[in-house]
Design a protein. Structure first.
Length: 132
């Protein structure tokens, strides 16, 4: 089981790392084309979907309590919302570029993993008080 969890951690790290590298190289310059924006956001959507799916699989396999994977769709939605928000411009100046929205999605993905872990821990403690 530990090897499975390490494998899942590598999947999450690889997909998120690839997304961050792609966002950095494609969107960091101010002259990114529409194709660059669509490519990076599509890769980020794929990475977020893979990471949430694998985290849901880990929670459903390792939990001795009721299935915690029912909150995964809500966490996935929270991580996808920044990917559909366009760059914020105000008076002709880009205030929040697309690159930052991709970074926000990656951070929310990591926060989703933490939320899943804490939910599992709380449900374990509530079902087995002698566990503590």
């Amino acid at each position: 089981m530990a090897a499975f969890i390490v494998f899942i951690a590598f999947i999450w790290g690889g997909t998120m790392g690839g997304t961050l590298v792609l966002a950095r190289f494609r969107l960091a310059s101010g002259d990114a084309s529409l194709w660059d924006h669509l490519l990076v956001r599509a890769v980020a959507l794929l990475a977020v979907s893979i990471s949430m799916l694998t985290m849901g699989l880990v929670v459903s396999r390792t939990s001795a309590t009721a299935n915690n994977a029912d909150i995964v769709p809500f966490l996935w939605l929270a991580t996808v919302i920044p990917l559909v928000i366009p760059a914020v411009r105000w008076q002709g100046i880009t205030r929040i570029p697309s690159e930052h929205w991709v970074y926000t999605s990656v951070v929310l993905s990591a926060a989703g993993g933490f939320i899943l872990a804490m939910t599992t821990l709380v449900r374990l403690i509530l079902q087995n008080p002698d566990f503590v």
